[in-house]
Design a protein around this ligand. Structure first.
Ligand code: DGL
Length: 267
C-alpha cells in the first residue's frame, strides 16, 4: 500500500510548501496538518515550538507516513533534532534546502534572510549557509507583520507595500544579491518583495527549494494515478479553507478538525 507523505505547519502558510510538493509529485498521497489553534509559532519561545512540533509530528506519524516534511520555518529552525528522535523515517525541514539554494545562487556571498522572530533569533539559516559557504555574510531581518498581512490577504496595495518597504529598508546599502524568504507566508508577498529589492537580488523560496530535496528520496514511478490529499487542522476549518483557497486556487478537499492526542489512524 502507498504510504503518504506528512507535512505540518503552524497553520495555513505551509500550504505554499504543500502546493510545491503537490505540483512536483502528483502521484503521492499527502497528509497535511495545520496547527491553526496555536498559530503563530514565530513569536513563541523555543521550548513551546519544540513541544508543539513534537505533538504535530506524533499526530502525522499515526497516519503511517513515509517522510515527514516540516514546512514551518520556525519549527525547522529549532525542533528538527528533537523530531528526529521520534522516528526513523526521513524528516526534511525547510532551512537546509533553502540555505543550499541560496549558497548556489549567490555570487558576491552577501545573503539576506527574512523570517519570523523565532527563526531569525535561532540563527539557523546563518549557520546552515556559512557551513556551506564559510566566507558568506548573512544579514537577517525578522518581519513579524508579514504573517498577519498574508493571512488577511493583503499581499498588494499601498498598506502592504509600506510595511514591506519598512522592513526591507534594512537591506539598503548592504549590497546583498540573494534574499531567502525564510517563512511559509512570504512567497505570497514575492511580488512586492521582488519589487522592493530590485532585479539584482535573487529571491530564494524555501517552499520550492524543498521539492528538489524530496525528489532525491522518492523513486519516480508515476503510473498516472493521482495522489490523495487529506487536510487536518486543530481549529477553525472554515478560516483555513478560506485562506487555503487563496493559496491553492481551489478549496482543500478532505478537511477536518482534530484534537491532538487522539488516536486517529489506529485500526
Ligand atoms: N509557519 C511559520 C514559519 O514559517 C510562520 C507563521 C507562524 O509564525 O507560525 O515560520
Amino acid at each position: 500500500m502507498k504510504k503518504p507523505i506528512g507535512i505540518f505547519d503552524s497553520g495555513v502558510g505551509g500550504l505554499t510548501v504543500y502546493k510545491a510538493i503537490r505540483e512536483s509529485f502528483p502521484e503521492e498521497d499527502l497528509v497535511y496538518f495545520g496547527d491553526t489553534a496555536r498559530v503563530p509559532y514565530g513569536p513563541k519561545s523555543e521550548n513551546t515550538v519544540i513541544e508543539y512540533s513534537v505533538q504535530n509530528s506524533r499526530f502525522l506519524l499515526q497516519a503511517g507516513i513515509k517522510i515527514l516534511i516540516v514546512a514551518c520555518n520556525t519549527s525547522s529552525a529549532v525542533a528538527l533534532d528533537h523530531l528526529k528522535q521520534l522516528t526513523e523515517i526521513p524528516i526534511i525541514g525547510v532551512i537546509q534546502p533553502g540555505a543550499e539554494l541560496a549558497a548556489q545562487q549567490t555570487v558576491n556571498q552577501r545573503i539576506g534572510v527574512i523570517g519570523t522572530e523565532g527563526t531569525i533569533r535561532s540563527g539557523a539559516y546563518t549557520r546552515a549557509i556559512t557551513e556551506i559557504l564559510p566566507g558568506a555574510q548573512v544579514f537577517s531581518q525578522a518581519c513579524p507583520l508579514f504573517v498577519p498581512f498574508v493571512e488577511e490577504g493583503w499581499v498588494s496595495g499601498s498598506t502592504a507595500k509600506e510595511v514591506v518597504a519598512e522592513y526591507l529598508s534594512f537591506y539598503q546599502g548592504l549590497d546583498i544579491d540573494t534574499l531567502v524568504l525564510g517563512c511559509t507566508h512570504y512567497p505570497l508577498l514575492k511580488g512586492l518583495i521582488g519589487e522592493m529589492m530590485g532585479e539584482k537580488v535573487t529571491l530564494v523560496d524555501s517552499a520550492e527549494a524543498i521539492t528538489g530535496y524530496l525528489g532525491s528520496l522518492l523513486p519516480r514511478e508515476y503510473d498516472g494515478t493521482a495522489g490523495t490529499d487529506r487536510f487536518f487542522v486543530s481549529d477553525n476549518e472554515a478560516k483555513f479553507a478560506q485562506i487555503a483557497e487563496r493559496i491553492l486556487g481551489r478549496k482543500p478537499g478532505q478537511l477536518r478538525r482534530v484534537r491532538l492526542f487522539e488516536s486517529w489512524f489506529a485500526d
